[in-house]
Design a protein around this ligand. Structure first.
Ligand code: FES
Length: 145
């Protein structure tokens, strides 16, 4: 099975190439694009990224498996990511995660992730990729209904 970028993403890649003279520097933006497009990164997509960036497949595989935020399998449920890094941890992310696990694990895949760069909004999480900051159990309950 092959992977094909959408027409919109193909145009974005052409634009990105202008900003990244070294093709290797395109690896992470392309992997994010793949994950946003398919919700996971397939072997075929990694091969496509390898072709575009002129890197080996195993190098791309190494990048994908190094970062915990990249998914190798298609998620069966909608995803909630809860940041577990220091600022979020100090502001209650562990409690938020436990609350989500207890109440929503049948409907959502609830993942712990490292800092997502929104520390000033700790605790934060994402719901289908959209950031939610200063989250509370009450707000989550409201949004998830
Ligand atoms: S520590 Fe949670 S977003 Fe940075």
């Amino acid at each position: 099975m092959s992977f094909v970028f959408t027409k919109k993403n193909t145009l974005k890649i052409q634009e990105l190439k202008k900003s990244y003279p070294k093709k290797k520097a395109l690896i992470l933006p392309l992997l994010w694009m793949v994950q946003k497009q398919d919700n996971f990164i397939s072997e075929a997509a990694m091969k496509k990224v390898a072709d575009i960036t002129e890197q080996s497949y195993i190098h791309i595989y190494g990048v994908v498996t190094f970062y915990t935020m990249f998914r190798l399998n298609k998620p069966e449920k909608k995803i909630i990511e809860v940041c577990r890094t220091l600022s979020c941890e100090l502001n209650g992310s562990e409690d938020i995660k436990a609350y989500l696990d207890y109440n929503y694990s049948n409907e959502y895949e609830i993942l712990e992730v490292e800092c997502m760069g929104a520390c000033s909004g700790a605790p934060m999480c994402t719901l289908n990729g959209k950031y939610m900051e200063n989250v509370t159990k009450e707000e989550l309950t409201r949004v998830l209904k």
